[in-house]
Write a new protein. Structure first.
Length: 232
């Protein structure tokens, strides 16, 4: 994948996760819901329903150009976009990173746009990174039944900034009971932020991140949009 020098360059640019409130108004959220509803969706064997896109994909150029213009001040830097997707989920995403084996990008920022949810929830970004391809972090006690794209990682010592310590059980019990506690060994939280429609969440694409257990809040579904950027 990447050389040591390439990894160090990405890590040297890590910044705190940011939340920008009420950036997308009701008309933008309605527009994005319609794009997802009318699009050619993928029904993954792991559960999520996604609508994958690239900026140059026919049918997406106009709306995405408008959206990207709106987002540029919050992303920062001279960046390109290597992928993006709408995601509709009924179960929370587990620990994972955003990366591409095909492009091996100079990772910059991931932009997450909450579009629809029954009530506000949260989203977690961690101090740890992984730069050798897309992975989902799992406990050896609960191996995956299905794999769609990200490969499974069962050894957290391979993570950058691995602490070697047990995870905070208070945080685990409050937010992350949708995944086995052992999967969090050696991890530490960088920031837990609100997941609220209209907000824009911007964090380093290299970082491990996860949904919280929104099912425990009585939430049955959420719809969002993720955009994955690289530094030019």
């Amino acid at each position: 994948m990447r050389t040591t020098e390439q990894k160090q360059e990405i890590l040297s640019r890590l910044e705190p996760t940011q939340v920008y409130e009420n950036i997308l108004d009701a008309s933008w959220l309605s527009r994005l819901k319609t794009i997802f509803a009318d699009g050619d969706k993928t029904y993954k064997n792991t559960g999520p329903v996604t609508l994958d896109f690239f900026p140059e994909k026919e049918g997406y150029t106009h709306w995405f150009s408008e959206l990207n213009t709106l987002l540029k001040p919050y992303v920062g830097g001279e960046y390109g976009i290597f992928a993006g997707n709408f995601f509709e989920v009924k179960k929370p995403h587990i620990l994972h990173n955003d990366d591409s084996v095909r492009w091996v990008p100079r990772l910059h920022k991931t932009v997450v746009i909450p579009i629809e949810i029954e009530q506000p929830s949260n989203f977690a970004v961690f101090d740890q990174c992984y730069l050798d391809g897309p992975v989902k972090i799992r406990s050896r006690h609960k191996p995956a039944k299905n794999v769609y794209y990200n490969q499974d990682l069962y050894d957290n010592s391979k993570l950058i900034n691995y602490t070697g310590q047990a995870f905070d059980e208070i945080l685990y019990n409050k937010y992350f009971t949708h995944q086995d506690l052992n999967a969090f060994w050696g991890l530490s939280v960088e920031k837990i932020v609100p997941w609220k429609p209209g907000n824009v969440i911007v964090f380093d694409t290299a970082r491990i991140h996860s949904a919280v257990n929104f099912n425990a809040q009585g939430i049955s579904r959420k719809l969002g949009l993720s955009i994955f950027t690289y530094l030019k």
